[in-house]
Ligand binder design. Structure first.
Ligand code: B12
Ligand code: SF4
Length: 502
């Protein structure tokens, strides 16, 4: 596959020159960093610039008015983060795959006199590992901690650890500050979040990390509508773990979003299709794509993971309900469960083709530290190493039950290669002939054009090039919506240039 091309800038973080001079520390300035991580050439390089994570914009939203805050995402390929003006505080978000890079950045800034605060999922699951690299750790929910951290930093009395709770009402959080984002660099800056948590606790998911108490909480629908309207983008991406855990809330949210006449995608669980009237509300509110964790086509795997989800035999009929409402389906599948044998790869791709999923993402089962899955694999002596950089779901970091780690990695690569092949793209085209062209545009531009993406990202052209296509999709959707409203039931698939969320 041509897209296995991978330039150095997509594989290696920018150099942090040891002698780069830093100026005087400028008081009350904070720099927020999203560290570099290597991109998987099997997938689309466009994934990172589809929509930004809300970790840093959420923190920025809680910054007191007498502090200046800046943002730097190393994955936007604009070089190492700035040293001028030299910040008093550097806040870095840490996931396990880029923890090593986060620690390098921390050392670079600390050696020049900045105070470094580390937060994010990896700090929550491995605080002892992160502690030596930081002046302060923010463990758990960070929005409530950030103002206190900055106050303490200004007064020169930073504490080593701050702990935030996910139990306090979510609606009290200020809106994320999206104005700090480089708008040109993202397909859309409207990453939205309405809920936190999930009604499930799958054994492999970070939500089941030891000690993490994250009940399902929702924000007021008016808050979401106001943020979406204010950001001025035609397309939004809900980055919630599961926007559909409370159906009454999702229905209210849809009704509130409908007058905006914008389009959006979201991650949901397949059980929202229990109620086709809810799927219809989603479509009428602008939902053009959903990201669904199908995980596996084998019920025993889902039982082992303790995922409460419809039976796999029902999957196809439920996909149909979404398609009938013009909602594209991006399926997420995990490879390497204990009941997976080598025949799972062709079976899976055939199923995706047959059911015409517009897009799919594959993930090698990855035991995240602190989860029940990690504990059981460790007890069974199946963890191969703790090189977190390779815990990126494209490497086998454990010994699978019915194949070798190499066979699992080969199967994963084969699934992507086959799914992104012209034959598979063609087989999965929408049934409605007028939707075929936008679908093909999405498939080729999004998935098979990594050289193009690299060019767009480096030259900060992502928004400029995609915006007209997004607008086109929005208009198509509005036409489709009219038909749907008039029909009182499902209508033909309108097609979209992109499918589903992150
Ligand atoms: C947007 C997103 C992306 C984007 C952007 C990623 C990026 N690094 O910029 C894209 C699409 C590129 C992406 C890619 C991937 N992602 Co992703 N992604 C998300 C998603 C959907 C939303 C993140 C977000 O905005 N959360 C909302 C914010 C507010 O929450 P938060 O990050 O936890 O931040 C809070 C606290 O942690 C804390 N905090 C965080 N940072 C800091 C920093 C400071 C200084 C302070 C004080 C506090 C603080 O305060 C914040 C507010 O409370 C999450 C799922 C989710 N809903 O969280 C998955 C998620 C983070 N991704 C995940 C994975 C596995 C991946 C991939 C490996 C998947 C793949 N194979 O492609 C890649 C690799 C990317 C990588 N190495 O980071 C996993 C991580 C699992 C884990 N244990 O690490 C998650 C949790 C999804 C899941 N359910 O499994 N991802
Ligand atoms: S359904 Fe998805 S978000 Fe919810 S616990 Fe399972 S994997 Fe995590």
């Amino acid at each position: 596959m041509g897209s296995l091309w991978s330039p150095p800038a997509m594989r290696r973080a920018p150099l942090l020159s040891p002698d780069a001079p830093a100026g005087e520390v400028r008081p009350r300035t904070a720099l927020l960093l999203n560290p570099f991580y290597p991109k998987d050439a099997h997938a689309s390089f466009g994934k990172h610039v589809l929509t930004p994570s809300l970790a840093l914009t959420s923190i920025a939203g809680a910054t007191p008015p007498d502090w200046e805050v800046r943002y730097w995402d190393e994955n936007l390929l604009q070089g190492p983060p700035p040293l001028k003006p030299f910040p008093q505080v550097v806040g870095i978000t840490v996931h396990l795959t880029f923890a090593k890079r986060a620690y390098e950045l921390a050392a670079w800034y600390r050696s020049r006199g900045a105070k470094v605060v580390l937060g994010g999922l990896h700090v929550l699951s491995c605080p002892e590992e992160a502690a030596p690299h930081a002046d302060a750790l923010a463990i758990g929910e960070g929005v409530q901690l950030w103002p206190e951290i900055l106050r303490d930093a200004a007064a020169g009395r930073l504490k080593p650890v701050y702990k935030g709770s996910y139990l306090r009402p979510y609606r009290e959080d200020p809106a994320p500050r999206r104005s700090i984002l480089p708008r040109r660099s993202f397909l859309t800056t409207s990453s939205l979040i309405a809920t936190r948590g999930c009604h499930n606790r799958c054994g492999f998911c970070y939500l089941s990390t030891d000690g993490l108490q994250m009940p399902y909480l929702v924000r007021d629908v008016e808050q979401i509508v106001a943020e979406f309207a204010a950001d001025g983008q035609p397309y939004g991406v809900f980055i919630d773990n599961n926007l559909g855990s409370r159906r009454d809330y999702l229905r209210r949210l849809c009704r509130a979003l409908r007058p905006l006449r914008k389009i959006w995608s979201a991650a949901i669980t397949l059980d929202v299709t229990d109620d086709p009237s809810l799927v219809r509300e989603m479509a009428l509110a602008g939902c053009t794509g959903v990201f669904i964790g199908f995980e596996s086509l084998t019920d025993a795997n889902l039982d082992d993971a303790r995922k409460r989800t419809p039976k796999t035999a029902d999957y196809a009929a439920r996909v149909r309900i979404l398609h009938d409402h013009g909602i594209q389906v991006n399926g997420s599948f995990v490879l390497g469960f204990d009941h997976d044998r080598k025949d799972c790869f062709p079976r899976l791709v055939e199923w995706i083709n047959e059911n015409r999923l517009e897009c799919a993402t594959f993930h090698i089962l990855t035991p995240y530290p602190g989860t029940p899955l990690f504990r059981s694999m460790e007890q069974e002596g199946r963890i191969l190493h703790r090189n977190w950089e390779r815990y990126d779901t494209s490497h086998a970091v454990f010994r699978p039950r019915h194949m070798s780690p190499e066979e699992l990695e080969e199967g994963y690569a084969w699934c992507y290669r086959t799914l992104f092949s012209p034959g598979s793209i063609w087989r999965r085209r929408p049934e409605d002939p007028s939707a075929v062209l936008p679908y093909l545009a999405m498939s080729y531009l999004y998935k098979r054009s990594n050289r193009f993406w690299y060019f767009l990202i480096r030259h900060r052209l992502t928004a400029a090039v995609w915006r007209p296509l997004v607008e086109l999709s929005r208009r198509r959707h509005l036409r489709f919506r009219k038909t749907l409203e008039a029909s009182g039931a499902a209508a033909d698939n309108p097609g979209s240039v992109f499918s589903a969320g992150v």
